[in-house]
Design a protein around this ligand. Structure first.
Ligand code: URA
Length: 234
């Protein structure tokens, strides 16, 4: 089963890595597919590759990546246990914001990755991945720290790690959100349901990946090795 996912992901990578469906194909150095554990129970989704990611072909290898590593370590995780991908697979010039047309073209790749990996939990980092996965226009400030269900997956929106680069108080918020992520992961291991941990229903998030519905199940802020180098599949 695990090997099957690995093969499927690899095959998918080779299918899409020369994508020229949008302008970003012309300016990228590398297509950044994503990397990590193909059997991961949790997938982290960022925004788009930056300069370092574009040069190395891997997600979160720059400053924001260091923060992400620190946060993962704070809950006893490292990258070989999770999968990391982005909404866009190619770097927007000068790290400008992703355009809606680019997201609409590229999202099918992310959705397919999620389908193959089939994680229990999706952690969206920042506005773009959160709004895409929850299909909402609501801002990240209102969504972070809450727990949603989309297509039987648990979706945990958090701030983008880059937000903490120059603001220590934001790092603390991220640490708190990571503690919550760990609690929810542990609850799965202990066979509890996320609903057991939740403190009530917030609202319907009227969509989800493909055709699914998303539901906020908790609002409580105090609830507490690779053949292919670029692909970085463990
Ligand atoms: N920021 C992102 O959103 N993704 C990366 O891969 C790097 C920085």
């Amino acid at each position: 089963m695990g090997e099957d996912k690995r093969e499927k992901l690899k095959e998918f990578y080779f299918q899409i890595k020369e994508c020229m469906e949008c302008e970003l194909g012309k300016t990228r150095t590398n297509f950044v597919f994503g990397s990590g554990n193909y059997g991961a129970e949790i997938v982290f989704i960022g925004e788009a590759p930056g300069r370092n990611e574009d040069l190395q072909g891997k997600p979160f290898v720059g400053q924001a990546g260091k923060i992400l590593d620190e946060l993962l370590l704070s809950i006893g995780f490292n990258r070989s246990e999770i999968f990391i991908a982005n909404v866009l697979k190619c770097r927007p010039p000068e790290n400008r914001d992703p355009k809606i047309e680019e997201i609409n073209i590229c999202k099918k790749y992310l959705f397919k990755q999620i389908e193959i990996i089939d994680p229990k939990i999706i952690c969206t980092m920042g506005k773009y991945s959160t709004q895409l996965i929850l299909s909402t226009d609501t801002g990240i400030t209102k969504l972070r720290g809450k727990v949603f269900r989309v297509n039987k997956r648990t979706v945990l929106p958090i701030n983008h790690p880059a937000a903490a680069l120059y603001t220590p108080s934001r790092f603390e918020i991220l640490r708190e959100d990571f503690r919550r992520i760990k609690m929810i992961l542990d609850s799965y291991e202990n066979q509890e349901t996320v609903e057991d941990l939740s403190a009530g229903l917030l609202s319907d998030s009227d969509s989800g990946i493909k055709t699914g519905k998303g539901n906020a199940v908790s609002t409580e802020p105090d609830l507490q090795k690779s053949k292919n180098e670029q692909l970085g599949l463990f």
